[in-house]
Design a protein around this ligand. Structure first.
Ligand code: 6PG
Length: 266
């Protein structure tokens, strides 16, 4: 690894020499978390995002993880989803199904995806209702300080504009406090209609991992992590700050190239 350390207030930084190294370490990290969570509470509630993240998780489908991970204990959710049919090429469900879920023995009834026959607003409401049922039975934990669900792990990618999940810069969805799942119909990144976990839910997780690769994201990584004083732009990725949980950044060297907070080990 090129660098591994803890930033004063922006979590743990894991900077990798290559995308290959990052995906190996990411698979290892997720497998360890799964093991710890299954040992502690019998299940592992994990929320995925779309984009390059699923490809970067690909090593989980290979040896040894395909055999060693207790897949039957996984409960799968999405931190955000595009409101399109499940077989549409834009669907985050389809991406995860083809890239991960179909390759390992996950229990189909543990996969909690949105109802794709509804409007964005209805799909968000129904998804929140689904999660509420799982919180009641403690398949998903509840936060110690709010009524929010406490996912064991929320995995996020980040756009070059600093968005995470479907929380885009300067969008009113960033202000939603009283819902777990919200919706937007004007996403700057297509497709326009999406549902998304709100910031209170992301920030109630036990662990939030943000996975970012490539030089095109370097400026956003800098703005999301470095100490920039009072004039710091309010980037959604910077607002991801679990209250009682842990924040971990999985970066490759190009994505980390504008970070002021680190010096690479040579
Ligand atoms: C989506 C996402 C989104 C994604 C980032 C990063 O559905 O669009 O969940 O938040 O994770 O845009 O995507 P890339 O890693 O592909 O750049």
């Amino acid at each position: 690894m090129a660098f591994s350390g803890v930033h004063r207030d922006r979590g743990e930084l894991r900077i990798h020499e290559s995308v290959e190294e990052l995906s190996t370490n990411l698979a290892d990290y997720i497998a360890d978390l799964s093991e710890a969570s299954v040992k502690e509470r019998g299940v592992f509630a994990i929320a995925l995002s779309g984009g390059s993240l699923i490809g970067l998780m690909g090593k989980l489908c290979e040896a040894p993880y395909n055999k060693t991970v207790d897949w039957a204990k996984w409960y799968i959710f999405w931190a955000d989803e595009r409101v399109v049919a499940k077989n549409h090429s834009d669907s985050n469900y389809k991406l995860a199904k083809e890239g991960l879920l179909s390759k390992v023995p996950i229990v189909p009834s543990h996969v909690h995806s949105i109802n794709d026959s509804l409007s964005a607003e209805e799909a968000a409401d129904e998804y929140e209702f689904d999660i509420r049922q799982l919180v009641k039975t403690r398949m998903v934990c509840v936060s110690d300080i709010s009524d929010c669900p406490k996912f064991d792990l929320i995995l996020l990618g980040m756009g070059s504009d600093g968005h995470v999940a479907s929380l885009f810069p300067n969008h009113s969805v960033l202000d939603v406090k009283n819902q777990w799942v919200s919706f937007i119909t004007d996403s700057p990144k297509p497709p326009p209609e999406r549902i998304t976990f709100t910031l209170p839910v992301i920030n109630s997780a036990s662990i939030v991992v943000v996975v970012v690769t490539g030089e095109s994201k370097a400026e956003a990584v800098h703005l999301a992590i470095d100490d920039l004083g009072p004039n710091c732009p309010s980037l959604p990725a910077r607002m991801a700050q679990p209250t009682n949980g842990k924040l971990v950044w999985f970066l490759d060297k190009p994505a980390a190239s504008k970070l002021q907070s680190v010096q690479f080990c040579e």
